[in-house]
Design a protein around this ligand. Structure first.
Ligand code: ADP
Length: 851
């Protein structure tokens, strides 16, 4: 049993195991099936996964690439951020101005080098409280605290940060720098601080404060940018307003309202208008008077940006000085005029006795004298005349100075005037062997309106100087003109000489009063040095100008320009010259050309020769000349000798000789048979007259008028208080057939007038009791109702001007200037001799005497 059982058991167990196996096999199969399904799905999945992984891998790879680029960029960005920060730090550190940032607890976050530099030796850095920095600054004496204690200063500076906005603060460091603290709270509570170094501006500003004048600067909108303290002090009334930003107009208005500006009174708005609204185009300088008596000089200048900068200088003191100077100048001028008037009066007084000296000496010379006595008398006369010239100069000069000189324009003949001046100086020129020539522009009119007396004076001075300062050669007076306005001529009159000349540096000097060239060559000439000063003043009075040109040792040329109206020429046109051909001889080139032009203008043909020999040769070649015009003074053979030679050879051509000394030429020249002897320099009209005379038959000699018993002597009354002058006058007319009476003063003259019925009255002007002018007026009154008019000739001692107008106004016809000359008196007597009286002198003599 056991075994069966064991077998059955075993079989059952086996069967059970077999079934279980079967079951398991089935399950396994199913599971296998499932698994296969799964596996398939899985493999599908895996394939898919693999695909996906591949894609993911490539995507990851792509991302990885991108990522690494991103990282590089990030790194670059980081580097440049670091760089930028460094640069920023460097830049901030490079700033001259201090820069710092504090956090909201007022602890330092960051600061640049400039900010930290004063604290280099202290432990200041991020985290240091602001208070500590201030304390250190104050206690270590880094800034000027002024009146404050370090603690006060620290507290004040801290308290400053409680304001909004925080006011700026300027501190001065003890090493002379100026810092302007500009602090601002940021939105996050940080405090951003800047310490601007304003040392340069402060220096400029300190300088502007230091200048003594007011300084002001406006912008282009005319708003105040800055002004110094001085500017405010100058205008205290508007000083309170003067803060930056205020307009120029507001400042002006404040001043105007306060009545500060003297010239604004009564026209305030217009005054302001003139000063604002117009841009400044250039610098202006003006003076401003303030109502409190101060004077300012206002200088304004545009600035490059369109603003204006101005200075105000207080010139009150200068103004006062100027006023004082003006006063002093006026006083000095008055004194000077008084001095001149005194001088004028004095020279006038001196002249009167001098006339006696000169007149008497002249008379003395006419008496029988020994050689020695004659020499003495001549010397007295010439010295007296020289003295009179000097006195006249002083008188003229003082008259000009005293402003008592007036001009008396009248029609006159300029050519004749120049001729007369030349004639007057001819004797001195002749003495030195000088040629005195006139070149008067042929197309220039001769009659003008001007003060002939004064022109004569100027010409006499210039020609006189030329003769005086020339040892040899010539003096040439040249007159040209330009008609720039119809009816008047711009005249150029020059006097050229070949004398000692004037050094260039003295040319202006010679026109000064009492000025002469200082040189040994000049010292031997006499003179006062007044002539040119007077001439210059006179010409300038006539609105002309004087000039000089000179070369030392070569000669001088003095001249003047003058505009003169042309006077109507009433004279009838002259008869034509009928001669055809003229032969002219002169060794002087200038004279030859002048003559040539003069002859050509009257229609003649002219042949010029340089010497007598040339004339002889020319006449041998061609005899067909109508006239020979010859100079007297020629080297080798002179004019007279030439004429004699020609006469000897049988030539009968008319010969006209011109000479600087006609008397000498005439003497013993009978053989020369001269048709005319003319005075050099030649007056054009005189030359033409003579040439015309050569064609006309000589006039029949005038029979001498018989001195019948029916005739009477000319009655002459002379009023003169001075005995010497009476004597001189008397002696001068002693050879004349006149009936002369003297009155001692004006009153006597008037009384004598009625009884005497004089044909002519000579009237001294200054006389006691009744002067000449009064007497003349009284006589004219007495003549009213009668048809008589006695000629009255005044005798004046170079009267002060203004006088001559009043002289003529008083009824005087004419005046003669003292010293009295025999010729002038004789001429006056001849001119006024009535028909029923004996001739004063033989008419023939009178011509030569008066000419
Ligand atoms: P005065 O002749 O009386 O000295 P002026 O005023 O006429 O006074 O002249 C002043 C000075 O000018 C003269 O002294 C002389 O030195 C100089 N001068 C004038 N004219 C001439 C001239 N033609 N040649 C040289 N020097 C002259």
């Amino acid at each position: 049993m056991d075994i069966v059982d064991r077998l059955a058991k075993e079989r059952r167990a086996r069967l059970g195991a077999e079934r279980l196996l079967e079951q398991k096999q089935r399950e396994l199969f199913a599971a296998n099936e499932k698994l296969a399904l799964h596996a398939r799905a899985l493999s599908e999945q895996i394939v898919e996964q693999r695909h996906m992984t591949k894609a993911a891998v490539s995507e990851a790879q792509m991302l990885k690439g991108q990522n690494s680029r991103f990282i590089t960029d990030l790194e670059a960005a980081h580097t440049s951020a670091v760089m930028a920060e460094r640069r920023l730090r460097d830049s901030v550190n490079a700033l001259h101005d201090g820069f710092a940032v504090f956090d909201d607890k007022h602890r330092l976050l960051v600061a640049n080098r400039a900010y930290l530099s004063p604290y280099a030796d202290y432990n200041i850095g991020p985290g240091t409280p602001y208070r500590e920095i201030l304390k250190l600054t104050a206690e270590e004496g880094m800034v000027n605290l002024g009146e404050e204690s370090p603690a006060e200063w620290v507290e004040r500076m801290l308290a400053r940060w409680d304001n909004d906005p925080i006011p700026h603060e300027t501190v001065q460091t003890t090493n002379g720098q100026w810092l302007r603290l500009v602090d601002r709270r940021a939105r996050d509570g940080d405090m951003v601080c800047v310490a601007l170094n304003t040392t340069q501006q402060m220096r400029i500003w300190a300088a502007l404060e230091a200048i003594p004048d007011g300084f002001v600067l406006f912008d282009r909108e005319e708003r105040l940018l800055a002004c110094n303290q001085r500017y405010k002090e100058i205008y205290p009334e508007s000083a309170a307003l003067m803060t930056p930003g205020i307009s120029y107009e507001q400042i002006l208005r404040a001043g105007v309202t306060a009545g500060v500006y003297a010239d604004a009174a009564g026209r305030e708005e217009a005054w302001i208008e003139e000063r604002i609204g117009q841009p400044l185009t250039g610098p202006i300088v003006r003076e401003q008077e303030l109502t409190d008596g101060r004077w300012l000089r206002v200088l304004e200048q545009p600035t490059p940006d369109g603003g204006r900068v101005g200075l105000r200088v207080d010139i009150t003191h200068q103004k006062e000085q100027q006023a004082a100077l003006d006063e002093a100048r006026k006083a000095a001028e008055a004194a000077n005029r008084a001095k001149s008037a005194f001088l004028a009066n004095m020279s006038h007084e001196i002249r009167t006795p001098m006339n006696g000296v000169v007149g008497m000496a002249e008379l003395l010379c006419d008496t029988g004298l020994t050689e020695e006595q004659r020499l003495f008398a001549e010397t007295i006369r010439s010295s007296g005349e020289a003295l009179l010239v000097i006195i006249n100069d002083i008188l003229d000069y003082s008259k000009i100075e005293a402003e008592r000189l007036t001009l008396h324009p009248e029609p006159f003949d300029l050519e004749r005037l120049i001729h007369e001046v030349a004639m007057l100086l001819q004797p001195s020129a002749r003495e030195r062997g000088l040629d005195l020539m006139i070149d008067y522009d042929l197309f220039l009119p001769t009659r003008f309106v001007g003060d002939v007396g004064r022109l004569r004076q100027v010409l006499t001075n210039l020609v006189g100087n030329a003769v005086k300062f020339t040892e040899e050669g010539h003096v040439l007076i040249r007159i040209v003109g330009l008609e720039n306005d119809p009816g008047s001529q711009q005249l150029h009159i020059s006097v050229e000489d070949t004398g000692i000349g004037i050094p260039a540096d003295q040319l202006e000097h010679v026109f000064g009063e009492f000025n002469q060239v200082e040189s040994a060559a000049n010292r031997k000439f006499e003179g006062t040095g007044l002539g040119l000063a007077i001439s210059k003043s006179l010409i300038e009075r006539m609105d002309g100008s004087v000039w000089v040109d000179s070369e030392l040792g070569q000669g001088s040329c003095f001249g003047f320009r003058l505009q003169l109206p042309i006077a109507e020429d009433q004279s009838a046109p002259p008869d034509p010259v009928l001669l055809r051909r003229a032969l002219v001889v002169d060794d002087q080139f200038i004279n030859r050309t002048i003559l040539e032009r003069q002859l050509l203008t009257c229609g003649m043909q002219v042949t010029l020769c340089r010497s007598a020999a040339e004339v002889i040769a020319e006449l041998a070649r061609d005899r067909d000349y109508d006239v020979l015009i010859t100079d007297h003074e020629m080297p080798e053979m002179n004019g007279v000798q030439l004429a004699e030679k020609l006469r000897e050879t049988g030539y009968n051509i008319p010969i006209v000789l011109f000479s600087s000394n006609p008397a000498v030429a005439r003497e013993g020249s009978e053989n020369a048979q001269l048709s005319a002897v003319l005075q050099k320099p030649l007056l054009r009209s005189e030359l033409y007259r003579r040439l015309r005379g050569l064609t006309a038959p000589p006039p029949a000699p005038r029979p001498k008028p018989p001195q019948t018993a029916a005739h009477r002597a000319m009655r002459v009354l002379a009023a003169e208080d001075n005995r010497t002058n009476q004597l001189v006058f008397h002696k001068m007319v002693k050879d004349l057939q006149i009936d002369l009476s003297f009155a001692d003063n004006g009153r006597e003259a008037v009384e004598m007038f009625a009884d005497l019925q004089p044909d002519l009255i000579f009237m001294d002007i200054s006389m006691p009791e009744m002067d000449g002018k009064e007497a003349a007026r009284a006589i004219r009154e007495r003549e009213i109702g009668t048809d008589s008019h006695v000629p009255i000739i005044a005798l004046t001692a170079h009267a002060m001007d203004g006088d001559d107008t009043s002289i003529l106004a008083s009824g005087i016809d004419k005046y003669l200037t003292k010293p009295l000359r025999k010729t002038a008196i004789t001429a006056a007597l001849v001119a006024h001799c009535p028909v029923d009286a004996w001739p004063v002198v033989d008419p023939e003599d009178a011509q030569s005497e008066v000419a």
